[in-house]
Ligand binder design. Structure first.
Ligand code: GLN
Length: 536
C-alpha cells in the first residue's frame, strides 16, 4: 500500500435528526470522487446494539447488507449508491461493537490493570475503527458520518474521538462538516439561524470548530443570513452552504459543486485540485427531473408507512423506471388488508402494472402477500419476488398449481409436513438472533435461456443474502413437474436461488436481495427487466 496520508472528514448533525445527514455525507463523497479522489465512507452509530441486524426496520429503516456480510445502517446504502462502489463491513460501527471490543480486551487483561475509561480507552477504539476502515483500501479521503445530533447523551465518545483525530493526524488532514437545520417561523415570515448557532456553540464547547456548515432549509436564505451565521459560528462565508430541500436527493452533489464546496474542502485539506470528471451524474439528474409517464407499481408489504423501511428497494425501482423512461408511482398495499379481503385495497392492487413482494420476517401479513402473488400469476401481471417474496411465490405455486394445499414455510408453521420452504441444516442449532443468518454476497449460476439469465445477460451472478430459510429440495421434482422453473442455484447446486414461470410475461423471484446492488446510474438488470415488462 502507498504511504500517502488519508484525509478524514467528520460529518456531524445538529438541531434535529432526519436532516439527510447521510445523503449530505454521501454527496460530499460523490463530489470528491468526481475530482478523481478515492473515497471511502463510514458510519458511526450511537446505539448500544452491536449491529443493525436486530433493529426493527419500521423504527430504524431498512437493514442494509454489504457484500462481505455486514448487517448495517441504511446510510451505507446511500454511500454505495452515491459513490458507485461497494462498502465493506468495517464501514458500519455501532457503540455496542466498540464497547464489546473494549470489554473483551479488558477481560483478556490487555489493559494491564488500568482503570478502563471512555477517554482514552473507548475513544482509542473509535479512532482505531476509523483508521482500520481508512486503511482497508488505497483511499485519499475517509468520510466518517457520526449518527445522532450533537448534544445527544450517547454520542460523546464519537465526537471526542473526532476531536482527537485532528491532534493525532494534523490540522490539514482532518475536516469537520456540521449539518444543521434552519427552521422557518411563519409569524415573522423568516428562516431562523439561532438554533444553528447554538448547535455550533455546543460543538465548539467540546473542542470541534466546524470547517464547513451545511444549512438544511425548506426556504431560500439570503446573504445576510449567511453573514450572520458566519459571524456567530466562525465558519467562513464560502464554507457555508444553504441546502434547500430538492426534488431528488441525487441533485445534492451538483448543488455542492455549483457552490464550489469541493474547492473549499480540497483547499482546507491541501488536496491537489484536479478538474471535474463529470461522470454522467448531471445526465442522471437531468433524466430524473424530466417529465415522464408514470408507471404504477404495487409493493405488497407489512410496513407501508415508511419509505425508509424499504429504502434500497424503492431506489432500485426508481432507477429502473428512469432507465426505462418512466417515473414510478408507488402503490403501497397493506398485506393485512388484502388478507381481510378489503375491497378498496384490492382495487388499488388492480391499478398496478407490476407487483413486488419484498423481503420480510414472521408470519404476519404473509397470507395477504400470497394473495398478491396469486393475483399477479393469474392475471399475467409482471411479478418480482425478493427473498420472502420468492418463498411466498413458491408457496403460492405449491398450493394452487402443484396440488400441495397445505404448503407453507417452516418459519410460519414449524410442525407442518408441507414445508416447501424450510430451515437450513446449518441454521437449526442457532439460537442467537444477531448476525446468524445466511448473509452477504453468494455466487449463483443461472440456467441458460431463462428469463432471469436474459435479464442479467449472464449465467454467473453474485448477489447479497439475508435470510434463515431456503427452498426445500424434497419438493423439487413435484414443483418442477407442475411447471415451476428452478432457474438458478448456488454453484454446488444445493440451494435454489431463483424461480420463474414459463407462460407468464414476467414472473421472477429470487432468494437474494438484488436491491442492494442497484445503482442510480443504469439501475439493476433484474429491476430493469421487471420494469420493462411492466411498462409494456
Ligand atoms: N423470513 C425469511 C427468511 O428468514 C425471508 C427473509 C427476508 O426476506 N430477508 O428466510
Amino acid at each position: 500500500m502507498s504511504n500517502k496520508k488519508t484525509k478524514y472528514i467528520f460529518v456531524t448533525g445538529g438541531v434535529l435528526s432526519g436532516l439527510g445527514k447521510g445523503i449530505t455525507a454521501a454527496s460530499i463523497g460523490n463530489m470528491l470522487k468526481d475530482r478523481g479522489l478515492t473515497v471511502n465512507m463510514q458510519k458511526f452509530d450511537q446505539y448500544i446494539n452491536v449491529d443493525a441486524g436486530t433493529l426493527n426496520p419500521a423504527e430504524h429503516g431498512e437493514v442494509f447488507v454489504t457484500d462481505d456480510g455486514a448487517e448495517a445502517d441504511l446510510d451505507l446504502g446511500h454511500y454505495e449508491r452515491f459513490l458507485h462502489q461497494n462498502i465493506t463491513a468495517d464501514s458500519s460501527v455501532m457503540t455496542g461493537k466498540i464497547y464489546q471490543e473494549v470489554i473483551n480486551r479488558e477481560r483478556r487483561g490487555e489493559y494491564l490493570g488500568k482503570t478502563v475509561q471512555v477517554i482514552p480507552h473507548v475513544t482509542e477504539e473509535v479512532k482505531r475503527r476509523a483508521r482500520l476502515s481508512a486503511a482497508s483500501g488505497d483511499y485519499d479521503v475517509q468520510i466518517v458520518e457520526i449518527g445522532g445530533t450533537v448534544g445527544d447523551n450517547e454520542g460523546f465518545h464519537f465526537l471526542e474521538a473526532a476531536r482527537q483525530m485532528m491532534l493525532d493526524e494534523g490540522r490539514e488532514n482532518v475536516l469537520y462538516v456540521h449539518v444543521v437545520f434552519l427552521p422557518y417561523l411563519k409569524a415573522s415570515d423568516e428562516v431562523k439561524t439561532k438554533p444553528a448557532q447554538n448547535s455550533v456553540r455546543e460543538l465548539r464547547s467540546i473542542g470541534i470548530q466546524p470547517d464547513v456548515l451545511i444549512a438544511r432549509t425548506d426556504y431560500e436564505i439570503g446573504e445576510a443570513d449567511i453573514a450572520k451565521m458566519s459571524l456567530y459560528t466562525n465558519v467562513e462565508k464560502e464554507a457555508i452552504l444553504p441546502l434547500v430541500t430538492v426534488k431528488t436527493v441525487y441533485e445534492v452533489p451538483l448543488i455542492m459543486e455549483n457552490h464550489k464546496l469541493d474547492e473549499v474542502i480540497m483547499k482546507k485539506l491541501k488536496l491537489e485540485v484536479k478538474p471535474r470528471a463529470h461522470d454522467g451524474w448531471e445526465k442522471l439528474v437531468e433524466n430524473i427531473k424530466k417529465d415522464k409517464p408514470k408507471l404504477p407499481i404495487a409493493v405488497v408489504g407489512k410496513y407501508i408507512t415508511m419509505l425508509d423501511t424499504y429504502a434500497s428497494m424503492v431506489e432500485a425501482l426508481k432507477a429502473a423506471c428512469w432507465v426505462n423512461g418512466f417515473d414510478i408511482e408507488l402503490i403501497w398495499i397493506d398485506a393485512e388488508k388484502l388478507e381481510q379481503n378489503d375491497e378498496a385495497t384490492f382495487s388499488e392492487l388492480k391499478k398496478a402494472k407490476g407487483i413486488v413482494v419484498p423481503g420480510g420476517f414472521g408470519v404476519r401479513g404473509t397470507e395477504g402477500k400470497i394473495l398478491g402473488v396469486k393475483y399477479a400469476r393469474e392475471n399475467n401481471i409482471p411479478y418480482l419476488g425478493l427473498c420472502l417474496g420468492m418463498q411466498l411465490a413458491v408457496i403460492e405455486f405449491a398450493r394452487n398449481v402443484a396440488n400441495i394445499p397445505q404448503a407453507t414455510s417452516q418459519e410460519f408453521d414449524e410442525k407442518s409436513d408441507s414445508c416447501v420452504i424450510h430451515i437450513m441444516e446449518s441454521q437449526k442449532t442457532v439460537t442467537d438472533k444477531g448476525g446468524t443468518m445466511r448473509l452477504g454476497g453468494w455466487d449463483c449460476v443461472l440456467k441458460e435461456g431463462t428469463k432471469i439469465a436474459d435479464a442479467y445477460g449472464s449465467t454467473n451472478i453474485r448477489e447479497r443474502h439475508r435470510h434463515r430459510y431456503e427452498f426445500n429440495n424434497d419438493f423439487k421434482e413435484q414443483l418442477e413437474t407442475a411447471g415451476l422453473v428452478l432457474s438458478g442455484a448456488t454453484p454446488d447446486g444445493k440451494l435454489i436461488e431463483t424461480i420463474e414461470l414459463k407462460d407468464h410475461p414476467f414472473f421472477v423471484a429470487v432468494q437474494f436481495h438484488p436491491e442492494f446492488t442497484s445503482r442510480p446510474q443504469g439501475g439493476h438488470p433484474l429491476f430493469n427487466a421487471f420494469i420493462k415488462a411492466a411498462g409494456k
